[in-house]
Design a protein around this ligand. Structure first.
Ligand SMILES: [Ca+2]
Ligand SMILES: [Ca+2]
Ligand SMILES: [Ca+2]
Length: 342
């Protein structure tokens, strides 16, 4: 019943945004925001994962246009310690949170998804290494609930979870957009949100490491968040960062920070027009960055019947490429295993 209601809601919202425009604004409908009890299913490529979605701008419970810890205490916190409930330990993680929102009703856009751990009972006590697999989709994709958005990045995340299963690693998946719609500074707000939630997840599980991947603006977010975590002394917990065609055009958060210590794979291409839609080498001297230019590569992507793939890889297809996805998934899990065996 709940699922039906969600599907109906999505159809309604899709119809509303496409046809109704500004003349008619339906009354704000409360969304399930962070409560881990509001478990839903997310389709991540061919995997169906249970977890819950967050609409960060909808968390301003007291309506003062700031999302802070006192709001989180009223609304329930994301289950960042992954024990299956929203409790005080989760609330404490948000002690320094301060996200300014535009106000006037929340935007009903779901900006992040956190899956339940797999396997569910995994803790650091059982000796099994744990990895937080976090991915940020590209800028044009509004809602992480929408199946049509960020398909390549979702498929990459599914690849990484399958590799983690093969390697007998426990994991949790985090999927996010590169902006919090409804925040005064959408990109910077998500940098803060992911910083807080991911560092809390790592703090709650001393055996956990982090894999962070992103495409387009999601890649800018991934590098910015990795740099923030490093500034908190967490660089030894970051197993691997993969940036896929990192495009900074119109990104309004932290565009220049690249972490010093973690391994960063920067995959880019130069075939798209205009030129600002191409990734660039980071040439981050002194850092553990590997730049790789895939401009000469024919895309190895699933095709729609009757629609030929582009001759050369471009900004839209680079995240879908099966070869690049396999490279990243293999390297990510190898790095996690390398950290775990230290
Ligand atoms: Ca507030
Ligand atoms: Ca909890
Ligand atoms: Ca794509």
């Amino acid at each position: 019943m709940r699922r039906l209601a969600v599907i109906f809601g999505v159809l309604f919202l899709a119809a509303g945004s496409a046809c109704v425009g500004r003349e008619f604004q339906p009354a704000p409908t409360p969304l399930p925001t962070v409560n881990p009890a509001d478990v839903e299913t997310a389709r991540i490529d061919t995997r169906e994962l249970t977890g819950y979605f967050t609409s960060v701008d909808c968390l301003d419970a007291n309506g003062d246009r700031e999302v802070r810890m006192d709001d989180i205490e009223q609304q329930g916190a994301p289950d960042v310690n992954l024990d299956g409930e929203s409790n005080d330990q989760d609330h404490q993680a948000f002690a320094d949170l301060d996200i300014e929102v535009v106000g006037g009703g929340c935007g009903r856009i779901r900006q992040s998804f956190i899956s339940k751990p797999s396997p569910p009972e995994s803790t650091c006590d059982n000796g099994r290494p744990f990895v937080v697999i976090a991915g940020v989709i590209g800028q044009t994709s509004g809602d992480v609930l929408t199946l049509e958005s960020g398909m390549g990045l979702r498929a990459l995340l599914a690849d990484i979870t399958r590799k983690a299963d093969e390697a007998a690693l426990a994991w949790t998946l985090v999927l996010a957009t590169p902006q919090i719609d409804g925040a005064a500074q959408p990109n910077a707000a998500m940098e803060q949100w992911l910083d807080v939630t991911l560092s809390a997840m790592l703090a709650a599980r001393p055996c956990a490491s982090l894999v962070l991947v992103g495409h387009s603006h999601g890649a800018v977010m991934a590098s910015a968040v990795a740099a923030r975590l490093e500034a908190k002394g967490l660089s030894s917990r970051i197993a691997y960062v993969a940036l896929i065609d990192r495009v900074i055009e119109r990104y309004q958060g932290e565009k220049t920070a690249i972490p010093e210590e973690p391994f960063v794979f920067n995959a880019y291409q130069k075939n798209s027009t205009p030129e600002v839609r191409n990734g660039i080498p980071l040439q981050a001297a002194g850092r553990h960055v590997t730049d790789q230019d895939f401009s000469g590569k024919s895309p190895n992507v699933a095709t729609t019947p009757g629609v030929p793939p582009p001759t050369l890889i471009d900004h839209e297809s680079i995240d879908d490429d099966l070869d690049i996805r396999a490279m990243i998934a293999n390297e990510a899990i190898a790095r996690v295993q390398g950290l775990a065996s230290r």
